[in-house]
Design a protein around this ligand. Structure first.
Ligand SMILES: *[C@@H]1O[C@H](CO)[C@@H](O)[C@H](O)[C@H]1NC(C)=O
Ligand SMILES: *[C@@H]1O[C@H](CO)[C@@H](O)[C@H](O)[C@H]1NC(C)=O
Length: 164
């Protein structure tokens, strides 16, 4: 139990100290998923659907911005940005087409989210989640400390009353 406690504390410390590292890993993993998997706004594979969901829901495009999509091997469209990076109405997956039909070829800050990356949005989501994870870990750790103290107290008491 002491070992688990030490591992828990260590992992929290690593997360806090190595945040830059965690962040850069996260960014490159996201970019790789775009490069290798993203196949456009009407693709049905889970990775493309997840990205399109993010684009429509969080009003963003790419990791940093829409330029990140230019290295998507599976997205061989002649458009500059996918429809899901344009301003649309409704929620994913029932959103409308681009409000401005010229958006996919001529994205601007007025008709698209091309300038805004999803990294910040996704990070916000993870951090929101992280609060719960930290809270639950802290609760478990507290419980473990109590159990440990209780176990020691019980062991000592037993030793005292046990006739030798
Ligand atoms: C895009 O790629 C798919 C297969 O990956 C191919 O069938 C399609 O013709 C390509 N379209 C263009 C515009 O190159
Ligand atoms: C995306 O960001 C890069 C680097 O900051 C910049 O050069 C590029 O013009 C941006 N593209 C858009 C569409 O905002």
């Amino acid at each position: 139990m002491v070992v688990i406690l030490v591992i828990e504390i260590a992992s929290v410390v690593v997360c806090v100290l190595k945040w830059d590292w965690v962040e850069s890993q996260l960014k490159s993993a996201l970019q790789i998923s775009i490069n290798d998997q993203y196949a456009g706004s009407s693709a049905t594979d889970p990775i493309s659907v997840a990205w399109n969901y993010a684009f429509v829901t969080f009003h963003c495009c790419g990791v940093y911005n829409s330029t990140d999509l230019s290295s998507a091997k599976k997205w061989n469209s002649t458009n500059k940005i996918p429809d899901t990076c344009c301003i649309v109405t409704g929620n994913f997956p029932d959103q409308s087409g681009p409000t401005d039909p010229s958006c996919p070829n001529k994205p601007t800050t007025g008709n698209s989210h091309a300038h805004k990356g999803c990294y910040e949005s996704i990070l916000d989501l993870i951090l929101q989640y992280n609060d719960y994870i930290i809270g639950i870990s802290a609760a478990i750790a507290t419980l473990q400390i109590f159990t440990l103290v209780a176990a020691i107290v019980i062991a000592r008491t037993r030793n005292k009353i046990r006739p030798t």
